[in-house]
Design a binder for this molecule. Structure first.
Ligand code: SF4
Length: 503
């Protein structure tokens, strides 16, 4: 219902813990915001009856809570001390295909292997075409299946070498959790587009897209999986008592010109504020974006009317709460009288809305999710802080609702620059012509008119990068392509969404 971009996936993995599947379930639950259409867990153990290593899997469409809704799934099916899990969001066409639900699991000449992927391969089309010429049959429309084919077709003898061989051939954004009969393997692409962290619990190791997955299970954050790193965590890591620096770690050879390009949008909107990603807390960065917004657009330059009451700053909950607090506190620090208040209430229990297409129904969806607090808004100069504007439809309906509360004026401030280009590295954006900044050729005054506000202001692209680097002074760099059209890795568009679809 939201017109925000959506992430494709959240991943989790754990090695050598007696409750591997259950902890994966909790981890996935805390990563639910990274994918809501399907969820799955694969475990690994030696089956005494069958006298071989097995990899049971359980996955389905739906939220984590509804997919894993029976205790017997954990007791009878997902046995074993190592597991990987995956939450998936997909676009409408491919979401109908159950073969796209991850983790994928296959058996081939070197044993069992399962994989969960967060990201998008930028050379997927080339790889798919070359496999298609060789007569390879695909089960899914997912880039991830290509990685399994590359592993299975590698001429290398050892499984780990096959995996490293495959990883050297793929490009773009890929954070992976791979489960083999011997180990959990965590992988982050050389550009480090998506976050992936290493945690520790009871002598076992776990990996997750965001550290909020560690907090929920009581694991401690150890470090990030480095850009280009392949970390091998054996299934008996706790039994062997291995320390983190005793784990095997490899580097995927970087392609010429590859530098780190971590997704800056993870900080702006996508990751949870209570997570640490790319080595810094999201909350801290988002607060700094609000402060940078205040320095570029102090409130005394924004408001026009004298109302006799303090101007009120409200956020669009939940993702812009921290930026709005940062904006208010920096203004107060600069001596501008204002206050932060809760002017919009979000209903968290929004499931399916049974309404027909059309403008009225879209408006109803926004009303179902948000409701303004009249006492906070009436008669005041209202500054709405949001983290981003994509199509602009939600912003428009929100502003309509706020206007009904009779504010003196409404100004809209955005803690990121206008979005002008789609993402090809694992975030689902609408097409360029659907982006409101493109519809009005970047004319901010025209966009403000369309949304229905007295004025609209964005954080500048430089302001965004500087604010992030100020709060996280690591040498790693960021991708800003959706704001600047400067793509750090050339994109060879992947399979068309409906192509190769099972019916
Ligand atoms: Fe992130 Fe935008 Fe780059 Fe995609 S294009 S990786 S959303 S910064």
């Amino acid at each position: 219902m939201s017109d925000k971009p959506r992430e494709y996936c959240g991943i989790f993995g754990i090695a050598d813990h007696p409750e591997a599947a259950l902890l994966s379930y909790y981890g996935l639950h805390s990563l639910q915001h990274r994918g809501q259409e399907s969820a799955g867990i694969v475990t690994s153990f030696y089956d005494e009856e069958k006298k071989k290593q097995v990899m049971p899997s359980y996955k389905d469409f739906g939220l984590v809570l509804s997919v894993f809704d029976k205790p017997k799934i954990f007791k009878k099916i997902l046995k074993g001390r190592s597991a990987i899990g995956h939450n998936r969001y997909s676009t409408s066409g491919s979401s109908k295909n159950p073969a796209n639900i991850q983790p994928f699991r296959v058996h081939y000449r070197s044993g069992n292997i399962a994989i969960g992927h967060n990201g998008n391969l930028s050379n997927a089309k080339q790889i798919r075409e070359s496999f298609t010429k060789e007569g390879v049959l695909f089960q899914s429309t997912s880039d991830t299946e290509l990685i399994l084919h590359l592993i299975a077709q590698s001429k290398k003898e050892k499984q780990l070498d096959q995996i490293l061989d495959a990883l050297g051939q793929i490009e773009g954004a890929f954070c992976l959790v791979i489960l083999t009969d011997d180990a959990l393997i965590a992988v982050r692409d050389p550009n480090g587009f998506r976050p992936l962290a290493l945690g520790r619990i009871d002598g076992s190791y776990c990996v997750a897209s965001e550290t909020c997955a560690f907090d929920i299970i009581g694991a401690e954050y150890v470090r990030d999986i480095e850009a280009g790193e392949v970390l091998v965590i054996p299934h008996n890591v706790a039994e062997q008592g291995l320390s983190e620096d005793q784990l095997l770690s490899f580097n995927i050879p970087p392609k010429t010109g590859t530098t780190t390009s971590q997704c800056i949008f993870e900080y702006v909107y996508f990751s949870r504020p209570d997570s640490m990603i790319f080595g810094e807390m999201v909350d801290k960065i988002r607060r700094n974006l609000g402060k940078a917004l205040a320095k570029e657009h102090p409130i005394n330059e924004v408001i026009h009317k004298k109302t006799g009451t303090k101007p009120v700053i409200i956020s669009v909950p939940d993702s812009s709460n921290t930026a709005a607090i940062g904006y208010a506190s920096e203004n107060q620090k600069m001596g501008h009288d204002c206050k932060y208040d809760i002017g919009l209430i979000r209903n968290h229990y929004v499931g399916r809305t049974f309404i027909s297409p059309g403008q009225k129904s879209r408006e109803q969806k926004v009303r179902t999710k948000f409701n303004p607090v009249k006492g906070v808004i009436e008669g005041r100069s209202v500054i709405i802080v949001d983290d981003s504007i994509v199509r602009g439809t939600t912003s428009q309906y929100l502003v309509n609702m706020i206007r009904e509360c009779n504010p003196a004026e409404i100004h809209f401030l955005v803690s990121s620059p206008p979005i002008i280009s789609p993402c090809y590295y694992g975030m689902d954006f609408p097409s360029p012509e659907e982006l409101i900044a493109n519809q009005f050729n970047g004319d901010i005054v025209a966009i403000a008119k369309e949304i229905g506000v007295d004025s609209l202001r964005y954080l500048s692209p430089n302001g965004l990068v500087e604010a992030v680097k100020e709060a996280n002074p690591s040498p790693n760099d960021y991708c800003t392509a959706c704001f600047t059209s400067k793509y750090p890795v050339p994109v060879n568009f992947g399979v068309d969404k409906e192509e190769n679809e099972l019916v």
